[in-house]
Design a protein around this ligand. Structure first.
Ligand code: AMP
Length: 216
């Protein structure tokens, strides 16, 4: 299964991607995570990307296209993958089409998580991840079973993203509407777009996605 998760920041792409990883055993390819680890590792890509990410703007197409193409060549992507946060521009979508064709990989579908704008800022404001394993949580919607302890790995250290503040979130939303939302039409016209109600509870969104995937 080769999937793209599309939707604005805070739509639940990362949360659903983690569940798809657990359920289907295919890797989550999050360009945001890859860029954050490049920033943390102080690599050349990280140094170039940091200021752009902190401002909530998009990193250049060349950089992200190259990191995704390289990642798709890893053996764990042979059985499938979940692209989370990529492609994010029409240039990236065209590049995706070319790179998948050259690797003999066809997309299964593009899952669109639909969420009302006014809940996105609140959702993003409350989210955090485990500092050890990266599992995602939310102050209201997705708390660990034991407060302060990661369900997955037992760690008690958590991180909040520096770009998850209200001002940067607004810039990220603008980037979504300007650069990424045209991809909805792009994939609709290819017959690949599958809308999902991202306003539903997390388990209900997962159930909708399962229905879509079993109908493919
Ligand atoms: P995310 O974790 O998907 O919210 O991404 C965090 C930040 O990384 C974004 O605000 C962008 O600055 C950058 N980024 C992630 N994916 C892409 C992409 N496909 N194209 C350009 N910039 C990206």
């Amino acid at each position: 299964m080769r999937l793209i998760l599309l939707g604005p920041p805070g739509a639940g792409k990362g949360t659903q991607a983690q569940r798809l990883v657990d359920e289907h055993g295919i890797p989550q390819l999050s360009t945001g995570d890859m860029l954050r680890s490049a920033v943390a590792g102080g690599t050349e890509v990280g140094l170039r990307a940091k200021a752009v990410m902190d401002a909530g703007k998009l990193v250049s197409d060349d950089i992200v296209n190259a990191i995704v193409s390289e990642r798709l060549d890893q053996p764990d992507c042979q059985a499938g993958f979940i692209l989370d946060g990529f492609p994010r521009t029409l240039v990236q979508a065209d590049a995706t089409e070319k790179m998948l064709a050259s690797k003999n990989m066809a997309l299964s579908c593009v899952l669109e998580l639909r969420v009302d704008d006014d809940v996105l800022v609140d959702r993003i404001g409350g989210r955090y991840t485990c500092a050890n394993c990266g599992a995602g949580y939310h102050d209201e919607n997705l708390k660990p079973a034991t407060e302060g302890v990661c369900d997955k790995c037992g760690s008690t250290e958590f991180n909040r993203r520096p770009d998850d503040n209200p001002e940067t979130v607004r810039t990220r939303l603008q980037a979504y509407y300007k650069e990424t939302s045209p991809l909805l039409g792009y994939y609709y016209a290819k017959g690949l777009l599958k809308p999902v109600d991202g306003m539903a509870k997390i388990d209900a969104v997962t159930a909708q996605i399962d229905d879509v995937l079993s109908s493919l």
